[in-house]
Design a protein around this ligand. Structure first.
Ligand SMILES: *Cc1c(COP(=O)(O)O)cnc(C)c1O
Length: 393
């Protein structure tokens, strides 16, 4: 056993406060706006909508809640199908199950690591032949990188099926100059503690359809009919963001561009130091897109590199450094056993390859240069030990 307690812990992505959050929280306390809703919520919604260029935004308790609301607004219900990226965090798909609907998982393509238009087209073709089109498509922008939006929106438009953009990880990113999250009928952001900006816990639903967002507000506050007594004709949710947390969000949004810059700098340094190692392939940035580089992700070709992802993860853990494999594809999750899945090509299973060979390195905007040096050196050492060993067997 190696004792790691004396080695400073480095987190994958930890909250990074601006210093201004307490001012907004204090304002909420001074005016006794401790309730969910209040002036910080209203302002935070306006500021986000303006930042991303959407008509309106609704602040909610989590990114998961925002996806659930979007599916409710699209009337997804029992027996419906929803197409969803396979390579993602399970929160992208759980709301499909909450609605009693059935997910169909779509593989990634190698350039963006996101939803493969080829696999999506094939899934649509089969669904169309069966006369059972999906009610919605959930497209994820992994680690800040936008999916191939032109291709995906054109397929969805062709079949006239609405798209929900899961931009939980990609606020601050753009595709052809347009903000990530604004390509679907609905977009969602997450402000969970590990995201690029955080309210400790929170999310946002955005859309240009202001009528739908009015309904989202209604559903997110227990679906109260307009009556002085408590009257309900629908089943709603308790999904609104608290006025205190919205204050944190307002201060965070002001430094979002700085946070993006910091994460991109971290990526660039990893790239400079490690990209020339044999078998190291960094997650690409699609042409005409700008990634917030929420997490630096790369794949390692074990044969070329002389080490496996598992060995690297073990070495980093021993240095008290938190690194992670890439998301485990949802079609490989025990809970989704038997769920339909469309690979990128007949013999091309991109998400499984990325999961088996991928690694995410610590990328927090508050990661300092010395700690990043520690990470880089640990990786270089592990690679040279691996190659040394290879030479003698
Ligand atoms: C974080 C995340 C979510 C869920 O957001 P929460 O605010 O934690 O509910 C959804 N999708 C993706 C891709 C995420 O990374």
């Amino acid at each position: 056993m190696i004792n790691t307690t004396y080695k400073k812990r480095v987190f994958l992505s930890s909250p990074h406060m601006s210093g201004d959050e307490l001012r907004y929280i204090k304002e909420a306390f001074d005016t006794n706006w401790i309730a969910p809703l209040g002036p910080n919520v209203d302002e935070f919604e306006k500021e986000i909508a303006e930042y991303v260029g959407a008509n309106e935004a609704v602040a909610v308790s989590s990114g998961t809640a925002a996806i659930h609301l979007a599916l409710s607004l699209l009337n997804v219900k029992k027996g419906d199908k929803v197409f969803c990226s396979s390579l993602t965090f399970i929160a992208s798909a759980n709301p499909i199950i909450y609605q009693g609907a059935e997910p169909v998982f779509i593989d990634s393509e190698p350039v963006t690591w996101n939803m493969s238009p080829d696999a999506l087209e094939k899934a649509f073709k089969d669904a169309s032949d069966e006369g059972n089109l999906p009610k919605a498509v959930i497209v994820v922008n992994l680690y800040g990188q936008s999916a191939k939006m032109d291709e995906i929106t054109s397929i969805c438009d062709h079949y006239n099926v609405p798209m929900i953009e899961d931009a939980a990880e990609s606020i601050g990113s753009t595709y052809k100059g347009k903000a990530s999250g604004t390509f679907g009928q609905f977009g969602i952001y997450s402000f969970n503690g590990n995201k690029i900006i955080t309210t400790s816990s929170g999310g946002m639903l955005i859309s240009n359809d202001t009528g739908a967002l009015k309904k989202a507000r209604f559903l997110a506050t227990q679906a109260r009919d307009p009556a002085p007594h408590y009257q309900h004709s629908n089943i709603g949710f308790n999904y609104r963001m608290s006025n205190i947390l919205a204050g944190v969000g307002r201060a965070q949004l002001r430094v979002l561009d700085e946070r993006v810059k910091a994460r991109r700098n971290i990526f660039n340094r990893y790239y400079q130091e490690l990209a020339n190692l044999p078998g190291f392939y960094f997650m690409p940035e699609l042409e005409n897109t700008f990634s917030n580089r929420w997490l630096t992700a790369l794949t390692i070709n074990e044969e070329e590199a002389g080490v496996s992802v598992g060995e690297l993860l073990k070495a980093l853990t021993e240095e008290n450094i938190e690194a992670r494999p890439v998301w485990k594809p949802l079609h490989m999750q025990p809970i989704f056993q038997g769920v339909k899945y469309y690979p990128h090509g007949e013999n091309e299973n991109i998400s499984e390859y990325l999961f088996i060979n991928g690694i995410c390195l610590p990328s927090g905007s508050n990661l300092n240069e010395d700690d990043q040096t520690r990470i880089i050196n640990c990786i270089k050492d592990t690679v040279s030990i691996g190659n040394e060993r290879k030479r003698y067997v």
